[in-house]
Design a protein around this ligand. Structure first.
Ligand code: SAH
Ligand code: SF4
Length: 382
């Protein structure tokens, strides 16, 4: 192989893919498990570290393969233990990954795309437009980087990351072919060994892909609902115009019922002041979800520049929570973590090379609106 030939990146390969790879280079399939352990358990970046792989095979691997994660641009650690990484992916854009330690758990929030094409009205990722799908190596690479930051050393498998949520930047179901293998590596024993219940995919509601997901995996599902009726959801989550609530909830119900009795859908509901936080919204929500086995997670809106939305008062948040709780639901409020490093939900900004030029248009429109508000009403000319 010449230097210019593309090397196979083993980081993003599932066990069956890696077995196939070894077979294709004339080696035994069991090498897949060995190499996966070096990569994911011990954070190996090069083949020389792999002491139970013979020198000849290591040399062969060096010539045709590599272990390449996204480039770490920065790592911040918050005073509350939250960690945030900005990583650069092949398209040149940067995405963010966040680690949140809480109550003995360690949850890693992983990005699936640079930007997002779906343009939910209250989401800063959406406002940046879309640039690229992450490869499976770039997705699992975020777990790999985070895991290594906890000092993984040969002979010691850290369990700092107990849960993974696909709730970073991007819509995971619009990057299905890369997200599914990456989630498989998260759950695979030779990968990160995380239980299927503790790997959660969050979607804004790409119905055909929820159906497809149910055919290939049994990870936990979260639905970004945010509105209890179609009229409001069409505004907040525009993909609702294509897949309205009735078909969406039907599809989520099918997915979750298939997983068995004890599994429930997580419903995410970002609370926006005076938009979806009123008692009537709580009542509608109670009625809407009555057939769905679910728990509800309220996310107080995290502001970002030019958003046009506000976070409700603590009283309004509590009032909404109480009403939904009285309606018979398990309902929690997501606390904001990592405030000092801008790591909260919806504040992940990365640096997206916007192909849609939506971000420019968005800022221009907001500025015009702000200027219009400041201009005194023109006096009536006689
Ligand atoms: N695209 C997927 C996953 C990423 S977003 C989805 O929409 O589900 C992760 C969660 O954060 C979603 O529920 C999203 O609606 C919410 N979110 C986005 N912007 C937010 C903001 N500014 N404040 C609070 N939550 C936000
Ligand atoms: Fe995309 Fe999710 Fe943000 Fe909507 S909330 S724009 S689907 S990342």
């Amino acid at each position: 192989m010449t230097d210019t030939a593309v090397k196979a990146n083993l980081l993003g390969m599932t066990k069956p893919q890696l077995e196939e790879f070894f077979e294709s280079i004339g080696e035994k399939r069991f090498r897949a498990g060995q190499v996966m352990q070096w990569i994911h358990h011990f954070g190996a970046e090069d083949f020389d570290a792999m002491t139970n792989v013979g020198k000849a095979l290591r040399e062969k691997l060096k010539a045709c393969a590599e272990i390449r994660g996204p480039e770490v641009v920065s790592q911040d650690i918050s005073s509350d233990g939250t960690r945030k990484w900005v990583v650069r992916v092949a398209s040149g854009s940067c995405v963010e990954t966040v680690y949140i330690p809480q109550n003995g758990r360690g949850t890693l929030c992983v990005s699936s795309q640079a930007g997002c094409a779906l343009d939910c009205s209250f989401c800063s990722t959406g406002k940046q437009g879309f640039n690229s799908d992450l490869t499976s190596a770039e997705i699992i690479g975020q777990v790999w980087i985070a895991n290594k930051s906890f000092g993984t050393v040969p002979g010691k498998i850290d369990r700092a990351i107990t849960n993974v949520v696909m709730m970073g930047m991007g819509e995971p179901l619009l990057n299905f072919d890369n997200v599914v293998p990456a989630m498989n590596i998260m759950m695979e024993d030779f990968g990160y060994g995380i239980s299927k219940r503790k790997v959660t995919l969050s979607t804004s509601g790409v119905v055909p892909m929820i159906e497809k997901l149910g055919e290939v995996t049994d990870v936990s599902l979260a639905l970004s609902l945010h509105a209890p009726n179609d009229e409001l959801r069409n505004v907040l989550v525009p993909i609702n115009k294509k897949y309205p609530l009735a078909v969406l909830l039907d599809s989520c119900k099918r997915y979750i019922t298939r997983l068995g009795k004890e599994r429930v859908l997580t419903v995410e509901y970002t609370l926006l002041k005076d938009v979806n936080d009123q008692p009537e919204h709580a009542e509608q929500l109670i009625a809407l979800l009555k057939e769905i086995p679910c728990k509800i997670n309220l996310i107080p809106f995290n502001p970002f520049p030019h958003s046009g939305y506000e976070r409700p008062s603590n009283n309004a948040i509590r009032r909404f929570q109480d009403l939904v709780h009285k309606g018979g639901y398990n309902v929690t409020v997501r606390t904001t973590r990592g405030d000092d490093i801008d790591a909260a939900c919806g504040q992940l900004v990365g640096q997206v090379m916007d192909r849609t030029r939506r971000s420019e248009r968005y800022i221009a429109v907001r500025q015009l609106a702000a200027e219009a508000e400041q201009t005194p009403t023109a006096s009536t000319r006689n």
